[in-house]
Unconditional design. Sequence first.
Length: 349
Amino acid sequence: MKMKKFLALAMTSTLALTLLAGCGGGTDGGDSAEGGGTGQYVFSIAHSTAEDTTDQAFALAFKEYVEEHSNGAITVNIYPNAQLGSDREVVEAVQNNEITMTATANAVQANFVQDAFVLDIPFTFDDIDAVKYTMEDQGFLDAMGASYDAANLRLAGYTCTGFRVLSSNVPVHSPDDVKGMTIRTMENEYHMETWRALGANPTPLAFNELYTALQQGTVDAQENPIELIVTQKFYEQQDYVIETNHVAQFIPWVMSKTFYDSLPAELQTVVDEGIQVGRQAAFDHIDATDSANRQVVEDSGTEIITLTPEELSVFAERTASVGEMIKEVVSPSVYDAYMASCEAYQASH
């Protein structure tokens, strides 16, 4: 695998220094990352999105807090733009303690932690406040965290970049409008099942290959949050953005459990606090940029179509079977905690 060859070369000298210092895990980014690798513990963060995204806002805030409050014991290096590999490759590297932490779409991590598929049940949330409620629900976090622990991954917390929406070169108002459409999805069977249920032809493709695929007509359409449609300039190749809001874009931040467990208790506390600082920076970033991102899309000539509740209900009915499929493959404890969280929000609103 190309990524592993790169990591083997990039980390040889760093790991030697790390072992001499008596530390476990982590990589040193050298000149390509935000950070210099001078602390006793070297904490690497890799993500696949650009430097003006929510993921990067999280990473920068986390870096600033942790380096300051660890009194220099931890150095944080940041690798945006898929510098260390695809989403799937990077999650695997975190699991193997080759990279310290990453953020990917939940759909990617579900390939490593099967219970994470519960967040791919389509049309679960009506608005972003409901999504945030579940992200903060301790019962749900405890149940899901146990599943991540079993995969040698530590679930640090969730951020969210809104809902996944569809972009295409034809207007869409009903499932009939996507029939036969080739839509790029992540490598996630239930995302693909959702679009199959709607009559489309889902095609998994690496995120960093998507712009070219749209440009060359390899795929007709794609689905991502509006933030990524803007930062990756997908709107340049698409005439419409349709607010299908079919799945909330949960972003689980996961770190190497091996690395975290190797830290002294006081540094674990600093890292935990840094996660919360990073999460707040991510929420602030998406709140501050959402309107501007929409304006960029519209100014380009790409039309944003907001579906009515009645139109959305038809999509939800057509994909109800996907929710039943997911219920069969996730742990009852996780499914029940997730549904209890959703129901608690509805009851309180």
